[in-house]
Design a protein around this ligand. Sequence first.
Ligand SMILES: [Zn+2]
Length: 334
Amino acid sequence: MPILSSLHHLFNADTCNTYLPTLRWKEHPLPCPRCPSHTVGPWGAYHYRPGWQRYWGHGCRRPFHDLTHPLLAQSKRAVGHWLLATFLLCLACSSRRIAREVGVPISTSYRWCWWLRNAALCYELERQLAGPVEADELYHTAGQKGQAQQGGKKALGHRPRGRRKKREPGRGHYEQDRPAIIAWVSRQGAVVIHATRDCTVQTVQKAAEIAVRAGSRLSTDSASSYRAVKGYVHEDVNHTRKEYARGDVHENRAECLFSLLKPYLRVFRGVSKTNLPGYVGFFQFLRNVRQHNAFEQAELILQVALDPVIASRVKKGEFVTCFDHFDLLQTARN
Ligand SMILES: [Zn+2]
């Protein structure tokens, strides 16, 4: 038997508890968690929480502490569990793996993973690329994994599917459980990845308008959807004629991104198409902060998770919804 069963047993509870307040007040003082007022001040300490700072909100005239209303509030688990879970999520572990390493039930770890992915996505909502941008698409098999509403043995309303879904011939489409993933990769480093229903001219045009600043240079393969895109300086290489690069016209970075995205998604052993935008969005976050190590990435996520306003939106899953590009054309029409 090992002496320690989990890594977080080595975490010092006091260090974790003092780490969170420093993180919360690091960049800018956050408003009172109950009202938008910024007039808050220290107000003594807690007898039952040694080392914790208590604050007074002058707007609503109520006390609060560092864990009033952020994502971690009212969690039965110690802060160390959350730190380790966020760290493992940034190392691209599945929720089952995280459950085992942290020692929480799978349902808990699944919920945490989605909350934390949602929190990470709030960094990515406004991202738009500039400079020379490469684009490519991939069709990823994504079906109806785990779609019973309350879990358990409920009627799914469709045939249960095996995790390795058989691929149908031809191009993918959302209805055929093979939605498209379009990657936009700036040569300056940033990436935007969209999970879309298909890869038609209209979809690519809308996705390009969201992802890439108008007038930028666009390098793609010779697919007709990209050729028809308006508002960009477009150059393409013809893969059918075995042309992969012509001077600095190539899409090797976009293909490289897919070579990283595929093994990332494989860890989850089949992804539901409802959850695909969330997974893809989180991968985009990881790529865009790739100069940091996993703990620094986790710190970025925890920092926004401590903001009471963001935390309440995270629990409703709002950021993943903003990231859902399956209804790109419908939203554009409205
Ligand atoms: Zn207040």
